[in-house]
Design a binder for this molecule. Structure first.
Ligand code: PEP
Ligand code: MN
Length: 445
C-alpha cells in the first residue's frame, strides 16, 4: 500500500464528488484552528473501546441533514435534551453507561441517489447539503464559500454545546420536564411514567448518599457529548486534518480535528476509493455504514485496511438493512467480522433501510419498522453470541411530523402538520423517547 498523506485520496476514484467552481476560496479553512483536540478524540476512542467490549452502550443521533439555520439556541438545546433524556432511559434499561455522539456541528454534506433532479421541468443539481449548495432551486450551484461557512457554523454550534454543558445543562438532578402527555394509551403512559419515576428515585438516592459528589466517582452533573458527521466532502475533511501529538502520546498522529467521530456512508465505501483512502490514515474512531449491498468478504477487506491493528472500538459498523432484510444480511456480517478477528462496535441504524413513501408521495418511516429492526438486531446478535452495542438514529428534539407511528400515533395524514426535513424523515422528540423506552423495556425483560 502506498504512503498515506492527508491528500492521498485525490489519487483515487471518488464517488459522490462535487466540483466547486473556485476551490481557492476554500483555502481559508486550512489555516483555521481545529474545532476539537486530540485528547478528546482519544477519550472517545477509549470510550468506544469499552462499548466494543460490551461495557457501555452507544447512542448516536441527530439530523439527517443539519442546516446552517439549526445553528441557533433552540434547536441545539432541544437536540441535547432529547439525547440526554434518551441516554438516561437507556442507562436504566441496559444497566451500563451510555456514550453519546451527536450528528451535529458539521453534519451538512449529503450523498444523493441522483446528482440531478427535475424542478419545474428543468434539470438542476440535487441539494447536496448546506455546505455545498442551497435547497432553493436558485442556489443549486456549488459554492466554495459554503465550505467555509460550514466551518464557522460548526464552531458556533460546538461552542454553544460546550457552554451549555459547562453551565450545568446536563445536570441530572433536574427532572428536565419529562412531559408524557402526548402518549395516547394510558397503559403505555403508565409504563413510561414508572420508568421515569424509577430513574428520578435512583438519582435522588445517589444524591442522598453523596455518590455524585465523591471525587473518585464520575461526575453526574456533566455529560460528555461527542460530535460526528459523515466524512463526505474530502476537501473539507483534509483541511481539518492535522498532525499533533496528544498529551502523553509517544508520537504525533494525524487527526481529523473538525469533529470527534466520522463515518463513511453506504455509497462511498468502495475498497479502492477516495473515502476509504482518506479514512485509513486518521486516528479518530470511525464508522462504516453497512447496507444490504455489502458483501461479507468485502467488509473483511475494508476492515483490514481501516483497522489493520485490530483495535477494539476503532471501527463502528453501523448496519442499516431494513426490518425485512436484516435477517438476510446481519448474521453473515457478524460471522465474517468475528472470523477476521476484529472487535468492532455493532450499531443498528434502523432508519435508512426503512424509508418508504406515503400514497401521496411523502417520504416517511414507521416507528414500528424502526423498532422491529432494532429488536431483530438485538436478537440476532445474541443468537450468534455477539452483542448489539449501540443505535444510530435520525432524530430532532423538535416537534416535527416526519415519521409515522409511535405513542402519539401519528398517521400519514398528520405528516403535513409540521414536515420540515429537507432530506430524510426524523424521529421527533416524543418518538425518540419512545424508541429509548422500548429498548430499555426490551433489555429489562
Ligand atoms: C445518512 O446517514 O444520512 C445516510 C445517507 O446514510 P447511508 O449512507 O447509510 O445511506
Ligand atoms: Mn439520512
Amino acid at each position: 500500500m502506498s504512503a498515506w498523506t492527508p491528500d492521498s485520496w485525490t489519487t483515487k476514484p471518488i464517488k459522490q464528488d462535487v466540483t466547486f467552481p473556485d476551490p481557492e476560496a476554500f483555502n481559508a479553512v486550512v489555516s483555521s484552528p481545529p474545532l476539537v483536540c486530540p485528547e478528546e478524540v482519544l477519550n472517545l476512542r477509549e470510550q468506544l473501546r469499552k462499548v466494543a467490549l460490551g461495557e457501555a452502550f452507544l447512542l448516536q443521533g441527530g439530523d439527517c441533514a443539519e442546516l446552517f439555520d439549526y445553528c441557533a439556541a433552540g434547536p441545539i438545546e432541544d437536540k441535547l435534551k432529547v439525547l440526554l433524556q434518551m441516554s438516561l432511559v437507556l442507562i436504566w434499561g441496559a444497566g451500563i453507561p451510555v456514550v453519546r455522539i451527536a450528528r451535529m456541528a458539521g453534519q451538512y454534506a449529503k450523498p444523493r441517489s441522483s446528482p440531478y433532479e427535475s424542478v419545474n421541468g428543468q434539470q438542476i443539481m440535487s441539494f447536496r447539503g448546506d455546505n455545498v449548495n442551497g435547497f432553493d432551486p436558485s442556489e443549486r450551484i456549488p459554492d466554495p464559500q459554503r465550505l467555509l461557512s460550514a466551518y464557522f457554523h460548526s464552531a458556533a454550534t460546538l461552542n454553544y454545546v460546550r457552554a451549555l454543558l459547562s453551565g450545568g445543562f446536563a445536570d441530572l438532578h433536574d427532572p428536565m420536564a419529562w412531559n408524557l402527555d402526548h402518549v395516547r394509551h394510558d397503559h403505555v403512559r403508565g409504563e413510561y411514567q414508572s420508568i421515569v419515576n424509577q430513574l428520578l428515585q435512583s438519582l435522588d438516592f445517589m444524591r442522598t448518599i453523596g455518590v455524585d459528589r465523591g471525587e473518585s466517582q464520575p461526575a453526574l452533573n456533566t455529560a460528555d457529548i461527542f460530535m460526528s458527521h459523515e466524512g463526505l466532502i474530502l476537501e473539507y475533511e483534509q483541511a481539518l486534518t492535522r498532525q499533533q501529538q496528544a498529551r502523553g502520546a509517544p508520537q504525533a498522529d494525524w487527526f481529523n480535528l473538525g469533529t470527534h467521530f466520522l463515518w463513511i456512508g453506504d455509497r462511498t465505501r468502495q475498497l479502492d476509493g477516495a473515502h476509504i483512502e482518506y479514512f485509513r490514515g486518521i486516528k479518530n474512531p470511525i464508522g462504516i455504514k453497512c447496507g444490504p449491498s455489502l458483501d461479507p468478504a468485502e467488509l473483511v477487506r475494508l476492515l483490514a485496511i481501516v483497522d489493520s491493528d485490530r483495535e477494539p472500538g476503532k471501527v463502528t459498523l453501523i448496519t442499516r438493512y431494513g426490518a425485512g432484510k436484516i435477517e438476510n444480511h446481519l448474521p453473515a456480517h457478524i460471522e465474517a467480522v468475528r472470523a477476521a478477528g476484529h472487535c468492532v462496535v455493532w450499531a443498528c441504524d434502523p432508519m435508512h433501510g426503512n424509508t418508504e413513501s406515503t400514497p401521496t408521495g411523502v417520504k416517511t418511516r414507521h416507528v414500528d419498522n424502526i423498532m422491529a429492526e432494532i429488536k431483530q438486531a438485538i436478537a440476532i446478535h445474541s443468537r450468534l453470541g455477539s452483542r448489539l452495542n449501540g443505535i444510530h438514529l435520525e432524530l430532532t428534539g423538535e416537534r416535527v411530523t416526519e415519521c409515522v407511528g409511535g405513542s402519539m400515533e401519528l398517521s400519514a395524514t398528520d405528516l403535513a402538520q409540521n414536515y420540515r426535513t429537507f432530506c430524510d424523515p426524523r424521529l421527533n422528540y416524543h418518538q425518540s423517547l419512545d424508541i429509548a423506552f422500548l429498548i430499555a423495556q426490551h433489555y429489562k425483560e
